[in-house]
Design a protein around this ligand. Structure first.
Ligand SMILES: [Cu+2]
Length: 124
């Protein structure tokens, strides 16, 4: 009896895992400002990320680091009021260089996604 219940749970779990991606999309990065891979002449004051699905703000975060791996963001990531699919964070004044954006978000369907991209400030 116990084994049958376990087998049923496994089957049900497998079905849920297999069916979820078909039923709902996750929150993927739609676009960003500064844009992914872009080069900015001046230091942007804010990084903005737009996702393909609304986010759970309490579980969504983003950091921006310089080439030395130091954080250059203001640690004030937020989902703006009325913009539940957007995540933004303030930036320090950035000298010329390459910067890495690392985001981890949880969408309202509870699925976590993450990713990284770079942008450049100034000429080389
Ligand atoms: Cu999802």
């Amino acid at each position: 009896m116990f084994r049958n219940v376990m087998a049923l749970a496994l089957v049900a779990g497998g079905f849920v895992i297999g069916a979820a991606p078909l039923a709902r999309a996750h929150a993927f990065l739609d676009h960003a400002s500064p844009a992914v891979g872009s080069s900015m002449r001046a230091s942007p004051p804010v990084l903005m990320l737009w996702f393909t699905q609304d986010l759970e703000p309490a579980f969504s975060r983003v950091t921006v680091t310089n080439q030395a791996g130091q954080r250059v963001d203001l640690n004030n990531a937020q989902t703006p009021p009325g913009q539940p699919a957007e995540l933004q964070i303030g930036l320090r004044s950035l000298p010329a260089g390459n910067y890495t954006v690392t985001w981890h978000v949880v969408s309202v369907d509870t699925h976590p996604t993450d990713g990284t991209f770079t942008f450049q400030v100034g000429g080389r």
